[in-house]
Structures are given as structure tokens and as C-alpha cells.
Write a protein that binds this ligand. Structure first.
Ligand code: URA
Length: 217
């Protein structure tokens, strides 16, 4: 059947027809992301004003095929100097929290919503988060983790596009992105250093996350 009569036939049958927008001889150009390209883009990023104050970008570390992807807010002073997330006091507590559920730091992937340090460790501005979040989304797509563990209100609200307080976001399984990757929220280790009485709740969150993971692995 020639293409014209094929469309007439499909129209008569009330079937939606479609046509290729490019000649069929032309290969499709899927946008294949890769770590090297992404790291280079992040290292040279000037999407927001934070690039002017940084020592370096803080891309993320860990196992690039990890089941667990841990997400924080933004680099602090020590992370900015070292180029690695969670290396200060909060980072040491994060390592302990992970160890408590049987995870070595090297076995997870760790990154922040923002790749550059906000001056004076202020909260990220909405425009900075909007500019930087696509990098994290691409990292998640590359790692393909089984679970996202999000630490702190700011990271949780950014990823979930929510204004709910952290008390309402923890204790539930959220789904992230088109793949609905299970996402569990807990307190930020820097907050736990300031409010050690909340560590008990964080421990409940970690055990909850471990149960969620056991259900999806
Ligand atoms: N706090 C964060 O959220 N991320 C870091 O990398 C360090 C401290």
C-alpha cells in the first residue's frame, strides 16, 4: 500500500497514524549520557553565580553502580576545598549512619543537589537549585540506584518539589522521577550534630530505608 492510501485507510479506520520526522535512512541520535561528559560539564559549569565563589565543583563520589544513592544539600567549606562531598564533621557522622545499616561509604554513591558551595553556607536559592538539579538527575540516571536516601529538609524539598516540613516527608516512601525510584528522607547529619536527641528518629529512618531496600532489591 502506498503511503497516501495507507493514511486514508488509517483515517477511515479512525486509527492515529504517525510519520517519521526524519528520513528513515538517518540514524536516530539518542542522547547517550556518560560520566566523562557529565563530569566535564559540571567542572566547567557557569549556570549560576555560585561558580564565581567556588574553589572547585563537588561532583560526587562512590560506587557508580551503587544500589544506594545518598543525596545532601550542598558542599560546605571543607567539601569545596577537597572537591568531595561530606568530608567534614557531618560527613563523618554520615559515614557512621551508613555503617549502622551495614553500608561502607565506598559502596554507595554520594552527591549533593548543588555542586558548588553557597557563600557562608547559606541555603541554596531556588534559581541555583533549578540550575543544578539536572546534573543530579543525570547522575541518578547513570547510577540507576535501587534507593535514594535523602538527608535534610532542603535536599528533600528540592527533589520532591515539596514545601512540606521534614517531619512529614520522613517515614514514607516517595517515588523519584519517571522511574519512581524509591526515595526515603532522613535528617541531615549536621542537624543531628546540633540536635543529638533526634538521632533516635534518624535511626528509625535508616532502618525504614533498609526495609524498603530489602523489598526492592
Ligand atoms: N552538607 C551537605 O549537604 N553536603 C556536603 O557535602 C557537606 C555537608
Amino acid at each position: 500500500m502506498n503511503p497516501a492510501s495507507r493514511s486514508a485507510y488509517l483515517r477511515a479506520m479512525q486509527v492515529d497514524s504517525w510519520t517519521l520526522r526524519r528520513p528513515s535512512c538517518e540514524p536516530a541520535a539518542p542522547r547517550v549520557d556518560d560520566w566523562t561528559g557529565l563530569e566535564g560539564e559540571v567542572a566547567g559549569c557557569e549556570r549560576c553565580g555560585l561558580c564565581r565563589g567556588r574553589t572547585q565543583t563537588v561532583f560526587g563520589v562512590g560506587d557508580r553502580a551503587a544500589d544506594w544513592f545518598v543525596i545532601g544539600e550542598a558542599p560546605g567549606a571543607e567539601e569545596d576545598l577537597k572537591g568531595e562531598p561530606f568530608v567534614g564533621r557531618a560527613g563523618r557522622l554520615l559515614n557512621e549512619m551508613l555503617r549502622a545499616i551495614g553500608l561502607a561509604r565506598e559502596r554507595v554513591f554520594i552527591a549533593n543537589v548543588l555542586k558548588c558551595r553557597p557563600p557562608g553556607n547559606r541555603d541554596p536559592a531556588a534559581a541555583e537549585t533549578a540550575a543544578c538539579l539536572p546534573y543530579l538527575e543525570r547522575q541518578i540516571a547513570l547510577v540507576r540506584p535501587k534507593i535514594l536516601l535523602v538527608v535534610g529538609r532542603i535536599a528533600a524539598q528540592s527533589l520532591l518539589a515539596s514545601v512540606e516540613p521534614i517531619a512529614r516527608l520522613r517515614g514514607r516512601v516517595h517515588g523519584f522521577g519517571p522511574e519512581r525510584v524509591p526515595l526515603v528522607v532522613t535528617y541531615h547529619p549536621a542537624y543531628l550534630l546540633r540536635s543529638p536527641a533526634e538521632k533516635r528518629k534518624a535511626w528509625e529512618d535508616l532502618k525504614f530505608a533498609r526495609r524498603v531496600f530489602a523489598g526492592v532489591k
